[in-house]
Design a protein around this ligand. Structure first.
Ligand SMILES: CC(C)(COP(=O)(O)OP(=O)(O)OC[C@H]1O[C@@H](n2cnc3c(N)ncnc32)[C@H](O)[C@@H]1OP(=O)(O)O)[C@@H](O)C(=O)NCCC(=O)NCCS
Length: 238
């Protein structure tokens, strides 16, 4: 497996007429696509439609935009796939040669897809810009962590740093899940620490099973702003 070098400063940004954006975070190895919900979103295949089951219009809209973004990112890596499936616990299932993840906010959907030769798993999350109440934050992060992330991101807005802590941990959750099947990983079982290079964050496990801790230690996190949306990408190295 390659040692994936993910850049927080994408090499190439390609914007389509429908507003979708594709970023190469590691050209040929890791692509991120952002799609506006409801705009130019491709029609789902019959098999993908079946995955939707009973859903509200809003859920359907988010699902379709997420699948559209995922297909765009797969194509960017040279793989056209008929179906991006759904696992028993809601996790997206990509073709065997790829690893990927999906997230939606109220306005956009984002997918991050990597070559399986480059990373064992990917997790993505997009900030939905809803501030978190203090009572929820107490279960998500520590004041010291939020302050550390605020410095890392050079943010003056405390709420934005809190949202980032939440979003980054959601990305970490999605990244570790296919490798550990751990559905119960708690927010405070993970802490985020800036890398010395300043190019991203590393994950430290707290009170987790040994197998989960081993996976979490291999996860690194990068973040970037795409069309004004903060996106977090977690990848699991060897
Ligand atoms: C599953 C979960 C991560 C989804 O995150 P969310 O912020 O609610 O929603 P998002 O829009 O960002 O992501 C939704 C996508 O997550 C993906 N997803 C769902 N379950 C997943 C899982 N078990 N593993 C990986 N990805 C999953 C799906 O692709 C879904 O989109 P789709 O239904 O269109 O395919 C979240 O609801 C959850 O249960 N989290 C567990 C608690 C947690 O995060 N703890 C942090 C510990 S560090």
């Amino acid at each position: 497996m390659l040692n994936l070098q993910v850049s927080q400063k994408p090499i190439l940004e390609h914007t389509d007429s429908d507003g979708s954006v594709i970023l190469d975070l590691a050209p040929g190895f890791l692509a991120v696509a952002l799609v506006r919900r409801g705009q130019g979103v491709r029609v789902a295949s019959a098999a993908e439609n079946q995955l939707l089951g009973k859903s509200t219009e809003r859920q359907r809209d988010g699902f379709l935009a997420g699948r559209h973004a995922a297909h765009l990112a797969c194509l960017r890596l040279g793989i056209a796939c008929e179906l991006i499936g759904r696992g028993r616990h809601g996790e997206p299932l990509f073709p065997a040669a790829l690893r990927g993840s999906i997230s939606h906010s109220r306005t956009v959907a984002v997918a991050a897809v990597a070559q399986a030769t480059a990373t064992q798993a990917v997790g993505v999350d997009v900030d939905d810009e809803r501030n978190l109440p203090a009572i929820a934050m107490a279960d998500i992060s520590w004041k010291s962590e939020v302050s550390r992330l605020q410095t890392f991101l050079s943010l003056s807005d405390l709420h934005a740093a809190e949202r980032f802590a939440f979003s980054a941990k959601e990305a970490v959750f999605k990244c570790q899940f296919p490798l550990t099947q751990n559905r119960r990983l708690g927010f405070k079982q993970v802490s985020l620490w800036p890398l010395k290079s300043g190019e991203g964050l590393q994950v430290r496990p707290h009170s987790t099973a040994k197998a989960t801790a081993e996976v979490l230690r291999r996860i690194s996190v990068v973040t970037l702003s795409c069309q004004g949306h903060r996106v977090v990408i977690a990848t699991a190295n060897q």
